[in-house]
Design a protein around this ligand. Sequence first.
Ligand code: F6P
Length: 342
Amino acid sequence: MRVGVLTGGGDCPGLNAVIRGIVRKGVQEYAYDFLGFRDGWRGPIEGDTVQLDIPAVRGILPRGGTILGSSRTNPFKEENGVRRIKENLAKHDIEALIAIGGEDTLGVAARMSDEYGIPCVGVPKTIDNDLSATDYTFGFDTAVGIATEAIDRLHTTAESHMRVLVVEVMGRHAGWIALHSGLAGGANVILIPEQRFDVDQVCAWVTSRFKASYAPIVVVSEGAMPKDGEMILKDGSLDSFGHVRLSGVGEWLAKEIEQRTGKEARTTVLGHVQRGGTPSAFDRWLATRFGLHAIEAVRDGDFGKMVALRGTDIVRVPIGEATAKLKTVDPKLYEEVGVFFG
Ligand code: F6P
């Protein structure tokens, strides 16, 4: 059997570990052949392939990014996208396709499987950890580690100058990275997209930290919004993927804090640093297990399914279950850890 593999959406530490797990087990245990498709769904649409065999996956376990490349191409938005994929899969004798990706990539895989009979297995990835049906996605632990280290470093410089340091982390729709890194890094305020924040309240917390002789660290998700509206939208425009750009909340907030409290404030936007570089040990472990289970699902002919972490077990769920609804931070959890903030 020949199996196609693609990685779509934003890259994520651990993608190469998944690919390696799939290929190693597929070749060694089932004698399968593999073909990589370049740049997510663009590969099968355009027939852009890359050799994927044991030598190709040697040494890639600790490497960030993806050896297959990635893109946000959506076949349903391309002319004859599905027809071209079917033709290219037939041309290369592909009998199963493993799609490693987030909400968009997996949403396409679900439709390909359910509506067009293309045998797909999904593997969930995102540093944002906001995919339903899995307890964790690989990449998240690495991103949290990077953000935590940054917060640790920012504490000492904030204290030396007695400034407020606002740290903007990734998370357009979910505050998982902010919550985990903020708690681990001993931040004083954590602001997440799930709960609109009150700037006056943030300023009151900041002021109270200074009274206790601490220089406060404010961690804010890029998608967090103030209560009184859309003021942080830069121009309300959509990016090339149709997303409203919310970037700038960290900078905006630091200015508001300075004006309202009279304390000096600076912003650090961590951005793509959170997605780059080598995966943590946990992410290598999880990604490898996802890869091993994905190729087992192929062997079982269990298509339209995604591998998922439940507790310490890897299970299979319908891909649609993961893409139907984003997994956001439960207000109870936010409240539970809130004792450390404010
Ligand atoms: O992968 C998800 C994510 O990391 C978001 O947290 C972030 O908003 C987005 O990707 C950035 O995407 P891009 O690489 O397209 O700027």
